[in-house]
Structures are given as C-alpha cells and as structure tokens.
Ligand binder design. Structure first.
Ligand SMILES: Nc1ncnc2c1ncn2[C@@H]1O[C@H](COP(=O)(O)OP(=O)(O)OP(=O)(O)O)[C@@H](O)[C@H]1O
Ligand SMILES: [Mg+2]
Length: 278
C-alpha cells in the first residue's frame, strides 16, 4: 500500500486576530493553505475573505496570532522575499494613470529587479508569457485606462502571473469577466496548481464555478472559517444555508459529475419576504 503524501503547507495562519483599527474582523483563524492545490475561499459579503487574504499576504498586521511563511513569521521576511514567493491580486485594484498594459504587467517583475539590474531577458519572457496566457498580448501597447473592465481585470491577473510566485492569492479574479473567460481563467488556475504545482487561494462568488474547479472549498462567515473540505464534503444545502443564508438545492450534473447549486426562488418559499439579507 502506498502512503499518500501531503506536502507541508508553506503558508499558514495560527490563531489569527486581525482587522482595521478597533474593528476586529478575523477572530481566531487557523488555516493552512493547501499546497499545490486550487482552493476557493467562499463567504458572504463582509465575511472577512479580503481581510484574510490581505493578512496572509502581509498587507495587514494581525493584532494576535501570526502568519507563517516557510515556518517563519511573515513579518520577519523582507518585502522582496515575500514578493518572490507570494503574489496577491487585491480586490478592485487601481492602475496608475496612463500606464500601458505591458508596463502594468511588468510591475510583476519588480521583486526581481534592482537599481543595477533592470529588465532582463527573463523578465521580458515572463511578461510576454503572462500576457499571452491571459490573452492581453493584443493590447500590450494600449493604455490600461482605455480597456474594458474585463480586459483590465485580465491585465491584473497577468501582473500576478508575471511575478512567477509559487503561492498565488487572488481576490475575486473573475469580477467583470464574461462566463467563457471565467471558465478559461479557472482552467488556467487549475492547470497552474495541477501541472505546475503552484498553490492557489482564490476568492470566488460563483459557487458553481468554485465547486467545479476547486480541489478544496473554504467557507467563511463572520470572520471565522466554518467549513473546509472537498466540494463533495462541504458543498451541501445545509452548509450553504448556514454560511450564506441561502435556500438552495445541490444537484449533480450527470455529464461532468460536478455539484451545482440551484437557489430556490423567493416566490416558491411560503410566506417569505423578498430580501437581500444584508
Ligand atoms: N478598510 C477598512 N476599514 C474598516 N473596516 C473595513 C475595511 N475593509 C473592510 N472592513 C470591514 O471588515 C469586514 C470584512 O470585510 P472584507 O472586505 O474582508 O469582506 P469580504 O468577505 O471580502 O466581502 P466582499 O465579498 O464584499 O468583498 C466588513 O464588515 C467590512 O465592512
Ligand atoms: Mg472582499
């Protein structure tokens, strides 16, 4: 019998308490980011997904607990060291005015550059490859400001890919993308994990795409992780109800055998008022 090998997680949160000033958002979060996998972070608006990603990426300093990168507190690593190992696409990033697509994507190479070592051939190759994989090479010399929302979002993803980190954290990367492009992006992320051994933690609001592509789902609510596991383990009507307050069926697509969530219409729920619940 062969023993299954679970690689040690390079990025971990231990007893994390973090937020903004007096406002605590994450309270006692323990989490190891699964190595070489595509993990989807799910949860309602305001549940703390972006706060967790920012804390894992060293943008927010926890008030208690710590984030460990390769066993060392992430705040003890240099900025350059973190940026060579971990790339973050924040939610709703804004590009400096007037930048071309190539210039924006090239920012992903800054962790490898210095005053005396600027654009190398390796940098050029990484930038070109990242633009090709996200299908923005055709816009390379256009200004980022002059692109559509979805085209711009793909440029940001290209920037993170050009950074060539083993760990990639993406906050709602599918925003603005049409469904075909969302599927293309998830195929790409899945192949980065499964063919190149990269570790991806991705915030998604599309539960069905998450269930179809992620190896593991992590469900957050009120700053805590309530469930984590494979889609088969945690993508259940009761968990969706507990985490999102969603009344939904979960069915299995006969052809792909992936799980699909079908929300019940308000009109079919006796006596219930239409409400966004926010
Ligand atoms: N800069 C900030 N200052 C103060 N509070 C903030 C700040 N950013 C977020 N919050 C609050 O922290 C909580 C968690 O926000 P967070 O952005 O992590 O949620 P989220 O799960 O990413 O939500 P969404 O799905 O809407 O992006 C929310 O109550 C939010 O109002
Ligand atoms: Mg968010």
């Amino acid at each position: 019998m062969t023993a299954s090998f679970t690689p040690v997680s390079r990025l971990k949160a231990e007893g994390l308490k973090a937020g903004y000033g007096e406002r605590t958002v994450l309270d006692g979060v323990d989490f190891s980011v699964p190595e070489g996998r595509l993990t989807a972070l799910l949860g309602p608006n305001g549940s703390g997904k972006s706060t967790l990603l920012k804390t894992l990426a060293r943008t927010i300093v926890p008030s208690f607990g710590k984030v460990l990168l390769d066993g060392v507190d992430i705040h003890r690593h240099s900025t350059r060291d973190v940026a060579r190992n971990l790339g973050l696409l924040p939610q709703g990033p804004e590009a400096p005015e007037g930048l071309t697509v190539r210039e924006l994507v090239s920012l992903g190479r800054s962790p490898y550059q210095s005053f005396w070592r600027q654009n190398s051939r390796e940098d050029e190759t990484a930038v070109t490859e990242a633009m090709e994989r996200t299908d923005v090479a055709q816009f390379a010399d256009r200004s980022v400001d002059a692109l559509s929302g979805g085209q711009r979002q793909r440029c940001w993803i290209a920037l993170v890919l050009a950074q060539q980190t083993d760990i990639i954290l993406l906050d709602e990367p599918t925003t603005y993308l049409d469904l075909r492009v969302q599927v293309g992006l998830l195929e790409l992320l899945s192949s980065l994990a499964h063919d190149s051994g990269r570790t991806l933690l991705v915030v998604l609001h599309d539960l069905n795409l998450a269930a179809a592509y992620a190896d593991e789902l992590v469900m957050m609510r009120d700053g805590q992780i309530l469930h984590r596991g494979t889609p088969d383990e945690v993508f259940t009507p009761s968990n969706l109800n507990q985490v999102f307050g969603l009344d939904a069926n979960v069915i299995r697509d006969a052809e792909s055998s992936t799980l699909v969530c079908v929300p019940r219409r308000y009109s079919s729920r006796a006596g219930e008022e239409r409400s966004w619940g926010v």
